[in-house]
Design a protein around this ligand. Sequence first.
Ligand code: FES
Ligand code: FE2
Length: 408
Amino acid sequence: MLSAQENERLTRVGRGTPMGELMRRYWQPVAAVAQLDEHPTLAVRLMGEDLVLYRDTRGGYGLLDRHCPHRRADLCNGVPEERGLRCHYHGWLFDGTGACLHQPFEEIARPEARFKDKIKTTAYPVEAKAGLLWAYLGPAPAPLVPDWDLFGERGYKQIVFSEIPCNWFQGQENSIDPIHFEWLHSNWSAALRGEPGARAPRHLKIAFEEFEWGFVYRRVREDTTEDDDLWTVGRVCLWPNCLYTGKFEWRVPIDDERTLHVAWFNDPVPGAAPFAQPRIPYWRGPITDPATGRLFTSHIMNQDFTAWLGQGTIADRTREHLGESDRGVILLRRRMLEEAAVVARGGDPKAVVRDPAKNVALALPRVRTGRGALVTPPGQPRPMIFHVGQPPEIAEEMQRIWAERSSA
Ligand code: FES
Ligand SMILES: [Fe+2]
């Protein structure tokens, strides 16, 4: 249980709030590279800031205040040029640093005023990595986007975005909550299938430990021992807002009351021949079934979203009752607030990467075998069990690749 004040501190992400300042020390995935192939500007709301993401005609990316500093037109309607984004209303041109490069009429009417030199709009750096566009809203110098080893592994990659109308921290608490696998996923799935008597193997023992990139949690279930990967390797609650289980699930705060869920998958393609995707596809995973108006509950992430939403827009942690199953949640909250205090004192918080020599294929513990592994049937791509709504063309493309590669 937390006080109302502690709950505020843990959940708010606006500029100047403790957690907002902590989260601004890390790159956040905000869009897919492929999204800007479809349209070169995209509205992005990140930690309560309304921004426009764009790609200029030379292929560079920028992230600016969504509203033009002239008279507040929406720069999502802007026109990308070689050097930046031009406002559609009166033609002011901005580059990726927020500098105003051109004010067409001002430069005719009063060039000596050099009015453009007095104008600077909010601008943030953007980087492309692993098919995602990453944004950094913190102070310079920006750290590095972590180069996780999975990003460079051979396989078919896809990205799924879902917008969840609740606070991001409910999602991150779920990243360090092992008992929910037994109930929210296994037992509830059985009940939803009409098998109310079915019972998943119970958890007998859980353990949590912190490491360089977050936390590992280990489990022993009725059907496993301490020799199983569930215990020896464990799973990773990846600092500060991700779950890593051989795929990534980032819980990116749109604002205090909405979360952009970004899931990134890599399915190993059969065979050893080189495999590269010219473009990592993305899709939107819906959360509500339009036919019934109810939340989807058939897929793993949709079950998670249902639990987070059920806790309320911002869970009232003054009314909870934490038990032994919540030791990880307690650890996560404490460490988040401690690292927010580090930032408030002017320090660099946990898991900020600055050394390029070190930032190469950073390894994370990964369950590969045993009970914890998600088994792929031989010769077939793994079905999308995590999100409702995979476009058929992605499933078909995977089937085609797997068929070709398995017979080669
Ligand atoms: S509002 Fe953007 S140039 Fe006038
Ligand atoms: Fe889950």
